[in-house]
Structures are given as structure tokens and as C-alpha cells.
Design a binder for this molecule. Structure first.
Ligand SMILES: Nc1ncnc2c1ncn2[C@@H]1O[C@H](COP(=O)(O)OP(=O)(O)OP(=O)(O)O)[C@@H](O)[C@H]1O
Ligand SMILES: Cc1ncsc1CCO
Ligand SMILES: [Mg+2]
Length: 280
């Protein structure tokens, strides 16, 4: 019989939200969604710092609890900064999340993602099309968006197998592929998460926020698998409540309501009852 994720991760679901301490997360990220990301961290009671100059890392890394590396907008400076921070996190044993934004689109981003993987980050994530490309599979993603075609049952099974093989070489990394179904694969197991609403595809930064919040949960000491499963489930339950409230509104209102729920849901609802997902 398959086990539900609320059983597998029962302790983490019971104790994580609302956060009891405020992890400081350094986000080296893209200018498109940087403000949404910083605020999303604050809404769950984490603290953002968006510092990307390598000269600052020696001082900064004594203060931060986790690092988020997002490939969403590459410049020569940001490329150096991402690579330097990835190495520094490994040296100083800070938990790190790599978000493979746009890896399905260009070789340059694919190469940066692979270089960052060599530091054995705690989590590597992307939308399903980005993660397919990263795992060496055919991908139909365009730009920074995932493709519906990569979501079929066959494609998900193929991706699960490819990621399992990757975890043999990278046993300390948990892989997350997001979309209508979210797939989590690590050396410890595989899980499928089923919360969320289609409108999440209609405003930008949803995946970026999931990356930053995952880093925050690593920063308070959750395991890689716990941090990924808790973040995706919580964010997607926030979106489900927002969609239910947004009967007359457009996508901009849905966005605001989803972000609002980040600070409300754990306080106001028995949200764990809403969680859908199971071990594979
Ligand atoms: N069709 C959908 N149904 C349910 N949930 C979805 C759907 N699409 C995305 N999500 C959820 O939205 C979040 C972001 O996933 P998505 O794959 O859209 O990331 P992304 O493409 O990296 O986003 P962005 O580029 O906007 O940052 C995840 O938590 C995912 O589960
Ligand atoms: C980086 C970027 N470019 C277009 S939208 C976006 C944010 C989604 O990751
Ligand atoms: Mg993304």
C-alpha cells in the first residue's frame, strides 16, 4: 500500500509552520522576481538578503543560514557570483538550493547548473521541463516555462528513473521537478505531490518562491526531503485557498491572495488536512 506524504513526513508537517526562528537566506537571483522572493520569505517569517558580490561572501556566510542560487537572469557578473557562492556554501557547510531556471532553453545555463551540482547542493529544482533537460532527457520546455507535454505519466516515470540514477552519483542532493504534479526524488525515496491549481502557471515567480522557501526550511534544520515536500505542499495549499477565494478576480488578485496566504494559512487552518501526495 502506498504511504501518504503526511504520514511519511508527519513530524515536519506538525511542527514546521509557523516558523519558530527566522532563518537568514541569501538569494542570488533574477531581477524579474527578486522582490516577490524577498517578500515571500518575510511572509513565512524568514529573512532575505539579496547579496551577490563575492567580496561580501566571507562576512555574509558567517551570518546566513541558507543559500538560494537561481539561474533566471545570467550576466557575466552573476555567473561568477553564482559559481563562487556555490563553492563557498560547500566549503562553509551552508545548505544550498539550486533553481535551474531556463536550463531547458540554453546550453550556457545547463552548463552552469551542472557546475553547481558538483558542489553537492542540498536541493536542485526546476520545472518539469528544466529538470528533464538537466537529467539528460528530451525536453519540450520553452524559455523559463515548463511544458504540458513533459507531464504525461510516461514522461514522469522516465524522469523518476533518470533522477534515481543521478542520486547514485549525488546521494546528498534531493531533486524536485515542479508542475501540475511535483516529483521529488532523493537517495531516500521518491514522492509525488498533487496540490496546486492551474492558475499558478499564470503569474511569474511561483517556482522561484518555492526555491527560496525551500532554502529557508533547510536553514531551520529540516532535512532536504522534508524541506522540499513541506515547501511545495504549503505553497500549493496557499494557492488552493486563494483560488477558492478569488471567484470574481483575475490573475493579479489570485497572485496577491496566494502570497497573502503564506502568512495566514498555517495560523488559520488545519492545512495539513488539505495535503495530497504519496510515496512512489
Ligand atoms: N498546473 C498546475 N497545477 C497545480 N500546481 C501547479 C501547476 N503549475 C504549477 N504548479 C505549482 O506551482 C509552483 C511552481 O511550479 P512551476 O512548474 O510553474 O515553476 P516554474 O516554471 O519554475 O515557475 P516560475 O518560472 O514562474 O518561477 C509549484 O509549487 C507547482 O506545484
Ligand atoms: C527569470 C524570468 N524570466 C522571465 S520570467 C522569470 C522568472 C521565472 O523564473
Ligand atoms: Mg522556475
Amino acid at each position: 500500500m502506498t504511504q501518504s506524504i503526511t504520514e511519511v513526513f508527519a513530524d515536519a508537517f506538525k511542527t514546521t509552520f509557523l516558523l519558530k526562528s527566522s532563518p537568514l537566506v541569501d538569494c542570488i537571483t533574477n531581477p524579474v522576481t527578486i522582490e516577490s522572493m524577498a517578500n515571500a520569505l518575510l511572509y513565512i517569517d524568514a529573512k532575505p538578503v539579496m547579496a551577490d558580490l563575492p567580496e561580501e561572501f566571507p562576512e555574509l556566510f558567517t551570518q546566513i543560514d541558507a543559500l538560494l542560487l537561481n539561474l533566471g537572469h545570467i550576466s557575466p557578473e552573476r555567473k561568477d557570483s553564482l559559481l563562487a557562492a556555490g563553492r563557498y556554501a560547500a566549503e562553509t557547510h551552508k545548505p544550498a538550493v539550486v533553481d535551474l531556471v531556463g536550463v531547458a532553453a540554453t546550453q550556457l545555463r545547463y552548463d552552469i547548473g551542472q557546475q553547481l551540482l558538483q558542489n553537492h547542493p542540498n536541493v536542485v529544482k526546476g520545472n518539469i521541463s528544466e529538470v528533464r533537460r538537466f537529467a539528460g532527457l528530451k525536453s519540450t520546455g520553452r524559455g523559463v516555462d515548463g511544458s504540458q507535454l513533459d507531464q504525461s505519466a510516461t514522461a514522469l516515470a522516465e524522469l523518476t528513473k533518470a533522477l534515481q540514477e543521478l542520486t547514485e552519483r549525488f546521494p546528498n542532493t534531493t531533486f524536485l521537478a515542479t508542475g501540475e504534479t511535483d516529483l521529488v526524488v532523493s537517495a531516500k525515496g521518491q514522492w509525488r505531490l498533487e496540490n496546486g491549481v492551474p492558475q499558478l502557471d499564470r503569474f511569474t515567480g511561483t517556482g522561484d518562491i518555492v526555491g527560496a522557501l525551500t532554502a529557508a526550511l533547510l536553514g531551520i534544520g529540516l532535512s532536504n526531503d522534508e524541506a522540499v515536500v513541506l515547501t511545495v505542499s504549503y505553497f500549493n495549499c496557499c494557492a488552493e485557498v486563494a483560488a477558492a477565494q478569488n471567484t470574481a478576480g483575475g490573475i493579479a488578485s489570485f497572485r496577491e491572495k496566494t502570497l497573502d496566504q503564506l502568512s495566514l494559512l498555517a495560523d488559520q487552518a488545519d492545512w495539513v488536512q488539505m495535503v495530497k501526495g504519496e510515496a512512489l
